[in-house]
Design a protein around this ligand. Sequence first.
Ligand code: ARG
Length: 455
Amino acid sequence: MWKGRFKHEASDLLKSYGQSVTTDWRLYRADIRGSIAHARALAGAGILTSAEFGEIEAGLNAIGSDIASGEFAFSEDLEDVHMNIEAELTRRIGAAGAKLHTARSRNDQVALDFRLHLLGACGEIAAGLRGIQRALVGLAGRHPSAVMPGYTHLQRAQPVLFAHHLLAYVEMFARDAGRIEDCAKRMDSMPLGSGAIAGSTLVLDREAVAAGLGFSRVTANSMDAVADRDFACELLAALAILGMHVSRLSEDIILWASAEFGFIELSDRHTTGSSLMPQKKNPDIAELARGKTGRLYGNLIALLTTMKGLPLTYNRDMQEDKEGVFDSVDTVLSTLAIFSEMLAAASFREDRALAAASDPLLLATDLADRLVAGGVPFRQAHEIIGRLVARAHELGTPLDRLDPGEFLAASPLLTPAVVAANFDIASAMAARRATGAPSPENVAREIARWTARLE
Ligand code: ARG
């Protein structure tokens, strides 16, 4: 592609060190779409005849089908996907093919292809997120009023509904979808026409190219356009945060699947056994997802580090941008798919969770709230109930079984009727009516809202 300037062939080591086609071949669809749009603009500017444009379009489409059906042999000697496709086009159609790269550089070409490819990936990730949200809402809907302990510091805190816990993840994944959408908005800017760095003396209709490829606008600065990889960094950052969410869900699932918690039953299809211990049933999917999150973070840090020292504009370092991004997209898509399947087949052990949530200590705060309702300042109420908790602990009695005299001595407001009402878990849940709190009524409304929204 640059033989005019050179007397000697590149060393074999340089060819294999510098090639990117083993990774960037995946851009072939974007490359072909981009090249057809570029050829159309060349024809519009009178640089190609309409017959030449027709040959280029048909030739590129034929190459695209060959690649899709696995009949195309990429050559590492031709460095990257862009040169492989262009060389093959010229081999097939001759002179017209050699005109395709007019007013274009691989710098603006790769910027275009990468954006086009990742815009498609953003759509797939958004669909994957809706899938896992549907699975979570479905599981919540199968156990709409199951009570479980809620935890802070992994210590039992207050009773919640299992469905409320799952809907917390639905909210997290909705924010992930928002980040992906937001990142796609900035990615949606068409860089072709920026050339190597300074555009071209052959002026093409960039706006028409953008419109033809479905972009909303064109990039405004040719140097920024070829130097920019913010869109890839942003996507990696959004995927790292998404991974953090899946990893926290994994941790919950791993705990719940243990004998100690015993809250969730995963299907045989989504667990593995042990080659040594016959009794084992392991939550490997959740463990793998938690593990893969490390790589999602690593891919983000790798690209940020690659970019941080680069002077404007394109530097060859930037060829390292694709592997990690492809890996993060693949990892997230496969994780979302398998989680959707696993959650759809999982069931919640309501009896076990209710038994754990029936620890009366989880309603100690409610008892303090009853003192507040009777006019006691909260700090004082907290201390009064704290002393009763300590007393129950000392006597080895569950809090609700303390002698009625102990309650009355602590406060005249704590009559046997008030104490009995306090420890009724159904009314304790129904009382949590504030917006965002887990009363069964609120949670049922949220399940309905999400079900409708995800349809
Ligand atoms: N394979 C290169 C990449 O992915 C394409 C751009 C090469 N540009 C250049 N001036 N060598 O970054």
